[in-house]
Design a protein around this ligand. Structure first.
Ligand SMILES: [Zn+2]
Length: 356
């Protein structure tokens, strides 16, 4: 049986390391530690040595909020999407040989799945992924046809953690210590194709809800990162959207994720959330994750279209607080906090109402 692991600890890593071929690799990684409630937090780590996965930064080293080079990209040449998809399909053979696993390919419109799970699970995974993409695009009012990545998003799901470890080391030069999955932006040469893959594992028995939570969370990072250009976004926005989408896709998760936000809003004496809005939070800070979720939830309740405007302004280079004020007139971080706090205490589930 799968251990009763709960999402406890997420690390988001952006690896600026130049790997051979001048690709830039970006990794967002979810990790699971057994025994405690959903806590994920994020580390944006600095550049790694060439070809090496960056070590996870300690909290004191996480103030760097950086993303891969964002200098204006020249117009992209016409990219042969069919050829890219074919080359992605062709990776299966090498993976099977190298890892000695019985990976099977299955495709949907926007995703290619390589997995050794049973056919039912493979189908379910593709349905979730397409559903998430549709809902997130709708939430952000992005036309459904808009291309976020070249080819398809490659999703690799193993039934064994050891296989994920081996895959990560061999194909991504990445160490997945205590990690449940990660997202990689493979290449970002100016004008070149933008390829993405997600790698994770799911033991054959049990834990499906958590697995879905992981997939939705990671895929949201991928979608948000790949929408238009990749730019540094405030951590609370990235994590808030990722957590918000897990609740949108699976409303059963909502109450459990509201509780930490409610508790923070009602802390006596009250502790301001300005640090969550302005600084990266450490991997162990569950509350910061769900406060971030609730901030996005509040903004969506006030004006759902504003989320897209907010994101667009930041993708255009406007800084977080200024973009917020333009997308939501009257809001700066202080005012957002004041209104968020009142809203949370009014509408969110107090702990005594939450199921354990
Ligand atoms: Zn995350």
């Amino acid at each position: 049986m799968m251990e009763e692991g709960k999402m406890q600890n997420e690390k988001l890593k952006i690896i600026n390391g130049r790997i051979p071929g001048a690709a830039v690799v970006l990794v967002l990684m979810l990790s699971f530690v057994s025994g405690s409630m959903a806590a994920d937090a994020v580390v944006w780590s600095s550049a790694a040595p060439s070809g090496q996965a960056a070590p996870v930064a300690s909290p004191s080293a996480t103030v760097i909020l950086s993303a891969p080079a964002t200098e204006a990209l020249p117009p992209r040449p016409q990219i042969d999407q069919a050829a890219i998809v074919q080359s992605q399909r062709d990776r299966l053979g090498e993976m099977r040989r190298t890892l000695q696993t019985a990976l099977v390919a299955k495709e949907s419109k926007n995703y290619i799945l390589f997995s050794d799970l049973d056919p039912k699970m493979r189908n379910a995974i593709l349905v979730w992924l397409e559903d998430l993409r549709t809902k997130l695009m709708a939430r952000l009012a992005i036309p459904a046809e808009q291309r976020l990545w070249d080819g398809k998003c490659l999703v690799v799901v193993f039934s064994q953690q050891e296989a994920l470890d081996a895959f990560a080391r061999r194909f991504d030069r990445h160490l997945v210590t205590h990690s449940r999955g990660y997202f990689v932006l493979e290449a970002r040469q100016a004008g070149g194709p933008r390829l993405v893959h997600i790698a994770t594992y799911q033991p054959a028995e049990g834990g499906i809800e958590h697995f879905r939570d992981v997939l939705v969370h990671e895929s949201t990072h991928a979608l948000v990162e790949m929408y238009r250009e990749s730019v540094p976004l405030p951590l609370w926005v990235h994590e808030g959207l990722a957590e918000y989408m897990t609740v949108e896709i699976d409303p059963g998760l909502r109450v459990g994720k509201e509780v930490p936000a409610y508790q923070r809003a009602g802390t006596e004496p009250y502790v301001s959330i300005q640090r969550i809005l302005t600084e990266p939070f450490p991997p162990s800070d569950i509350q910061a994750y769900e406060v971030s979720m609730s901030l996005i939830d509040y903004l969506a309740s006030r004006d759902p279209d504003g989320i897209r405007r907010f994101l667009d302004l930041m993708k255009d280079g406007t800084r977080g607080e200024e973009a917020l004020g333009q997308a939501y007139p009257g809001l700066n971080y202080k005012e957002l906090e004041r209104r968020w706090r009142n809203w949370c205490l009014r509408w969110y589930a107090p702990p005594e109402k939450a199921k354990s």
